[in-house]
Ligand binder design. Structure first.
Ligand code: DLL
Length: 435
């Protein structure tokens, strides 16, 4: 049986959804124009005033927002409420050293929690469930988002956060966790660890809600088999709120976007032109209910396809495919967003040239990041001990920038192959995206 958290919204007619979107968009554009000087300037630059936007048909007139805008406006330039109304931030990596900071009012958190509650109930969650959240808590949105959603559903919530696999499994067994929320790679790792400990029969899990990174259908089947559960996908991004922007239902043919809060468009990533339904392109979101950080036409860089085909679950909100790639070079390593430009910044700050290569692989379900860097000619004559010291120094600097461990290998000058065209900086051996 399908469960809904807000059936009157999740099953609303198409006309009703469009009516909500029209009304909320018009209000939101005026609100942002009046309260966010940064965005007002962007609108003025393209000669658009709020009165030009009378319905969602006019959405295309508005300028896009990108990660560069977030960097330029850092930290408070896109905050739309006075500080006394903002109650929380969450944060994620930016393209260089500057992080993305998103703000929330209490009302924003309330609506975000609703979105996550919809996802939990779509995965079969009820107040009887024990929801085991091992997404990270803190600046990352995963833990706080699913935690809030689980409270709304009324489930018993285990705020485990990430890491400490033994403790995760102990709680899972002792408290009888029924729904697991974490990254798909950690779910696969937990599955293996549970088998290794011979505890498969002691686990009561029935469903998992996995996202924050790309995962394939094969990986879904492996996790489902290993943990004896049904595995659901969940998507979101910090800039737009966090997990729960969209979520999978029992049909598992895409993720329903919460269209009463977010308007989705697909654009050509090169020209910015809006593409018709069914086209593959870059996903763009406009927030129509947010107070503190209401981004309009934010370019996610995620490539996917939208579909309004009738869904057997009864939900009427548009579905997005699993992301099929990115229109920028962002990598997600151990659930953490990594931009090659961040790595380059560290190398240049430490006096290296921009000759490097990033290799990402997945070994035993765990992501590994390696950075190969050419030594400077002066360093080439250094002793092995000195080189090892230099590598350690880079490991520490990269950890400070990225928040995760990267293996560093210093190689001889000119040993990284030069490309005749674009430099090949990234070798991702994981093949995570399905086309
Ligand atoms: O990863 C929010 C989240 C937390 C989603 C927990 C789901 C579960 P960020 O750290 O800002 O936010 O990273 C956002 O991660 O633009 C996608 O490229 C990628 N991503 C998120 N969910 C999925 C997914 C969170 N289900 C970026 N499949 C997004 C593939 C995903 N990629």
């Amino acid at each position: 049986m399908e469960h809904y958290y807000q059936p009157e919204i999740e099953l609303a007619s198409r006309e009703q959804i469009v009516a909500w979107q029209n009304e909320r968009l018009v209000k939101q554009v005026k609100y942002v124009y009046d309260n966010v000087p940064y965005y007002r300037k962007k609108m003025e630059a393209v000669g658009v005033v709020p009165e030009d936007v009378r319905s969602i048909e006019d959405l295309h007139k508005l300028p896009f927002l990108t990660k560069d805008d977030l960097r330029d406006a850092y930290p408070y330039g896109l905050l739309a409420v006075p500080l006394e109304k903002a109650v929380r931030i969450q944060s994620t990596s930016g393209t260089t050293g500057r992080r993305v900071v998103a703000f929330y009012t209490q009302h924003d958190i309330d609506l975000w929690d609703d979105c996550c509650a919809r996802a939990i109930m779509a995965a079969g969650g009820t107040a009887q469930d024990v929801v085991h959240v091992c997404y990270g808590y803190g600046l990352f949105t995963g833990g706080p988002g699913l935690n809030g959603g689980s409270h709304k559903v009324g489930s018993l919530t285990l705020p485990m956060s990430s890491g400490n696999t033994d403790r995760q499994i102990q709680f899972m067994v002792d408290l009888g966790s029924t729904i697991l929320c974490c990254t798909p790679s950690y779910a696969a790792y937990l599955g293996e660890s549970i088998h290794e400990r011979g505890l498969r029969d002691k686990i009561k899990l029935k469903a998992g809600i996995f996202g924050a990174e790309a995962w394939t259908e094969e990986m879904r089947r492996d996790i489902e088999k290993s943990l004896g559960i049904k595995a659901y996908d969940i998507y979101g991004l910090t800039e737009i709120s966090g997990p729960g922007v969209s979520f999978e239902c029992s049909e598992q043919t895409g993720m329903h976007i919460n269209e009463d809060h977010f308007i989705a468009e697909i654009i050509d990533p090169v020209t910015g032109e809006v593409l018709p339904e069914g086209s593959k392109g870059e996903l763009v979101f406009t927030c129509i209910t947010k107070e503190a950080f209401p981004l309009l036409r934010y370019r996610t860089r995620d490539i996917c396809v939208l579909s309004r085909k009738k869904c057997s679950c009864g939900r009427t909100h548009v579905k997005m495919s699993k992301p099929m790639g990115r229109s920028d070079d962002m990598l997600i390593v151990k659930g953490v967003n990594v931009f090659p430009s961040q790595i380059e910044t560290v190398l240049l700050n430490k006096g290296y040239a921009a000759n490097y290569q990033i290799v990402v692989d997945r070994v035993n379900n765990s992501d590994q990041l390696e950075v190969m860097v050419e030594m400077t000619p002066e360093m080439f004559s250094d002793s092995l001990t000195q080189v090892t010291e230099k590598e350690k120094e880079l490991v520490a600097a990269l950890k400070a920038m990225l928040g995760i461990y990267a293996r560093v290998k210093l190689v001889a000058p000119k040993s990284i192959v030069r490309s005749e065209g674009k430099a090949v900086r990234i070798i991702d051996k994981r093949n995570l995206y399905q086309q």
